[in-house]
Every structure is written in structure tokens, then in C-alpha cells.
Design a protein around this ligand. Structure first.
Ligand code: C2O
Ligand code: CU
Length: 437
């Protein structure tokens, strides 16, 4: 295992995520941020300089458990103080489990401003994945807003309340954002659009099997992905191997990640569309598209069949049938059979508050930091002393307060770097050795 060093400058840059120019929070001048590659057991070191002129910043390594390094979890005012403009903070943590992950800003609504990127952990040298493939691709899915995050934040805490979709100039385009491909020769057709917003092209050879990694850092949208004419075998979910199952489309909620395998067994003289549609909320935009390009066809050859149609936004039975297919790979560790403490959270909304239709509450993809639940009833082993957020991954919901914090054995957290403690109530709790009541 080795240390993977990165030096990042975080700052606003002009970008055209959907071909209209706006500002995004970039890393080293790039949007989305650079992909981090590591192998299980490696230590990732990111020296982050905050070059935003007036805002703090932190980065959360979504899906990484931070065993023994809770201060590197990157949640502002929970695991550390926000890094002030002009300051540098060093994140240093171990990636212990292979899988598909990502990172994102966790201060205010900076994730909605485009602060994210992929984090991919391969198996350690000498180990093998429990499945085979000939090549791999990586999609980081996201949604994009034309209204600035400060305007969105103000709306959410105004009276009367302004939901982000009620705002006049609201528009959204879901983009396939990851431009850091594993595969070689990913040049897309220059004629299509500006390189910052043209559809992604996956170049494949006939009769091979590919792994597609998919993660969603959306602020709001729940998505569904389908590859025209091709089946997908789901093999990984949130950094855990699953019992493989075959689908023709798959749901992906904010904060989730998957790996699927697909085989290029269709007519090789054609290209195929990949569609990404919106679930759980009536979409105002067209589905996003990408192209599966069978070589040696040119990427600009228009697929002979129409883009696959993703399920209707309100087909909840379809969502449930997908969720019910996800089981841990046979032989995975069993969930704990007893619990020592039960915490009940009421996950509901009043009828008028964004209920999507009569008696149907909105989708709330809950995300627990520092742990890995991977099974329902959300029983987790409290094996990682630290202060961990547990919240709805829809960013405006989190901003409105849809989250709690678990302080777990904080008296056992040692060697906290001073930088992580320079302000705030957590500093007092930990340095005095007193526990939360
Ligand atoms: Cu990916 Cu607390 O979030
Ligand atoms: Cu929510």
C-alpha cells in the first residue's frame, strides 16, 4: 500500500456544464474535480487550499469509513471547522475497502455549486474482484442549477419559503460529468458541442464485458439509467459486493454508487444511446444522454434506435422492485443480530410539504457517515469513535435541517489535528474530555 498525494486549489471557475456559462466551484481549475485513484489499504493525502474568497470549504469523502480518523470526514461544524479562505488543510485517511466512491463539498450547499469528483478504490494488489471484465468506465451523475447556491439558500430560509424549483429561472440539465476516463481513446466527436457539455462517449469493442461505475452526487434528482439494447448486471452497491442480478434500467439516488457489468453483444454496426431520466419528481428537462460507441464506428454515427425510455417518474412499484433485488453477496459478513440502542427517526412530511402525490412522501436518501449499513433497518455497529452526520442526501433538505449527528465514543478519539479543532463546540467537548449529555 502507498500514500497517494494530491494538492488541490479550490476556487470558483467559469464553466458551461449544460452549454450555458455560469460559475462552478472547481478544483485545480477543473470541473468536476480530479478523480482520485487508490488501492485498498492506501492512504490518501489531499492538501487542500481554499481559494474561494469569501466562503469556508470542507470536502467529505463519501462512503469512506474514516476508521480512526473521524476528523478527516470533512463535515463543516461536525467533524472539523470549515477551512477559511486562504488557508490550507491536510486530509489524510486510509481507504480500506475497494469500491466506487466520490467526494463533495459539505459546507452550506457547495455540492450544488459543483464541488465534487470521483474516488475509486481498486482491490489491493494480489486480490481479485469477484467478477471479470475487459475494460471499465466511470460516470459521476449530477444535476445542475442555474440559480446560485446563495440565492437557493436564501429562498429555503425565507418567509414565505421558496423551494428551489419554485424559482423563476429554474432550469436543470442532468449531465454526465466525469471526464476522467479509465479507458483510453475517449476523444469525443468535436462537432457535437463545447467540450464542457457534449454527451459522454463510451468507446467499446464488440463481444467484451465492461464495468460501468456509477455514482450520484445530485443535489436533488433521483435518477434512472438505461443502456439501449443492453442488459446490466449489478455487482457492487456503495462499496459492497452484491449478489449479481440483471436489469434493463436501474435507479440511482443521491449519494449512492453502483458497478454494473454489460456485454457488447448487440449489432456492432450500430451505436447505442444511454439515457438517464429523473425519478420521483416530475422532470422539467429532457433525459440526459450518452453514447455507447461500438468501435470502429465513429462516435458521431447516430444510433439506429431511439434512446431507451426510462420508467415514469412516479412508477414507485418499479423503484421498489429494483431495491428489493439488492442483497449482499453470499458469504458477506452478517448484519448484527441484536442492537444495544434503538433510535427512532420519523421520516415523513406533512401533506402539503412536497408530497409528490396523495399520501406519497418524497424520496429521502438517508446517508450515514463513518459507517456502512448495507442492509435495511439501518442497524450499524458503533465501531468508529467520532462525530458522524446522518442526513437526507438531498442537499436542500439537509440545508433545511433534515439530519442528525451521532457522537460516538468521542472520548476515545485521540490525536486530533489542531487544525480540525480551531473553533466550535466539538472542540470544547473533545478537549475537555466531557461527553455530550
Ligand atoms: Cu455525501 Cu453528508 O454526504
Ligand atoms: Cu430529503
Amino acid at each position: 500500500s502507498k500514500a497517494r498525494h494530491h494538492k488541490w486549489d479550490v476556487e470558483y471557475v467559469y464553466w458551461k456544464p449544460d452549454c450555458l456559462e455560469g460559475v462552478v466551484i472547481g478544483i485545480n481549475g477543473q470541473f468536476p474535480g480530479p478523480t482520485i485513484w487508490a488501492k485498498a489499504g492506501d492512504t490518501v493525502v489531499v492538501e487542500l487550499k481554499n481559494k474561494l474568497t469569501t466562503e469556508g470549504v470542507v470536502i467529505h469523502w463519501h462512503g469512506i469509513r474514516q476508521l480512526g480518523t473521524p476528523w478527516a470526514d470533512g463535515t463543516a461544524a461536525i467533524s472539523q471547522c470549515a477551512i477559511n479562505p486562504g488557508q490550507t488543510f491536510e486530509y489524510r485517511f486510509k481507504v480500506d475497502k475497494p469500491g466506487t466512491y466520490f467526494y463533495h463539498g459539505h459546507y452550506g450547499m457547495q455540492r450544488s455549486a459543483g464541488l465534487y469528483g470521483s474516488l475509486i478504490v481498486d482491490v489491493a494488489d494480489g486480490n481479485k474482484e469477484p467478477f471479470k471484465y475487459d475494460g471499465e468506465f466511470n460516470f459521476l451523475l449530477s444535476d445542475w442549477w442555474h440559480q446560485s447556491i446563495s440565492a437557493q439558500e436564501v429562498g429555503l430560509s425565507s418567509i414565505p419559503f421558496r423551494w428551489i424549483v419554485d424559482i423563476d429561472q429554474w432550469e436543470r440539465a442532468i449531465q454526465l460529468l466525469d471526464r476522467s476516463k479509465v479507458h483510453e481513446g475517449m476523444n469525443t466527436c468535436g462537432k457535437m458541442a463545447s467540450p464542457q457539455c457534449r454527451p459522454e462517449v463510451l468507446q467499446v469493442l464488440p463481444n467484451k464485458t465492461y464495468r460501468l461505475r456509477i455514482a450520484s452526487s445530485t443535489a436533488l434528482a433521483s435518477l434512472n439509467l438505461a443502456i439501449g439494447g443492453h442488459k446490466m448486471v449489478v455487482v457492487e452497491a456503495d462499496g459492497n459486493y452484491v449478489q449479481p442480478f440483471t436489469v434493463i434500467d436501474m435507479d440511482i439516488y443521491s449519494g449512492e454508487s453502483y458497478s454494473v457489468l454489460f456485454t457488447t453483444d448487440q449489432n456492432p454496426s450500430s451505436n447505442y444511446w444511454i439515457s438517464i431520466g429523473v425519478r420521483g419528481r416530475l422532470p422539467n428537462t429532457q433525459p440526459a444522454i450518452a453514447i455507447l460507441n461500438y468501435r470502429p464506428n465513429t462516435p458521431s454515427k447516430i444510433p439506429s434506435s431511439a434512446p431507451p425510455v426510462t420508467p415514469a417518474w412516479n412508477d414507485y412499484a418499479h423503484s421498489k422492485s429494483f431495491s428489493y433485488k439488492i442483497f449482499a453477496l453470499n458469504g458477506s459478513p452478517k448484519p448484527p443480530s441484536v442492537s444495544n440502542r434503538r433510535v427512532s427517526l420519523l421520516n415523513t412530511q406533512t401533506k402539503n410539504a412536497n408530497a409528490l402525490s396523495g399520501n406519497v412522501s418524497e424520496i429521502h436518501p438517508w446517508h450515514l457517515h463513518g459507517h456502512d449499513f448495507g442492509f435495511w433497518a439501518l442497524r450499524f455497529v458503533a465501531d468508529n469513535p467520532g462525530v458522524w452526520a446522518f442526513h437526507c442526501h438531498i442537499e436542500p433538505h439537509l440545508h433545511m435541517g433534515m439530519g442528525v449527528i451521532f457522537t460516538e465514543g468521542v472520548e476515545r478519539v485521540g490525536n486530533i489535528p489542531k487544525d480540525a479543532l480551531s473553533c466550535g463546540v466539538d472542540a470544547t467537548i473533545v478537549t475537555n474530555g466531557t461527553r455530550h449529555p
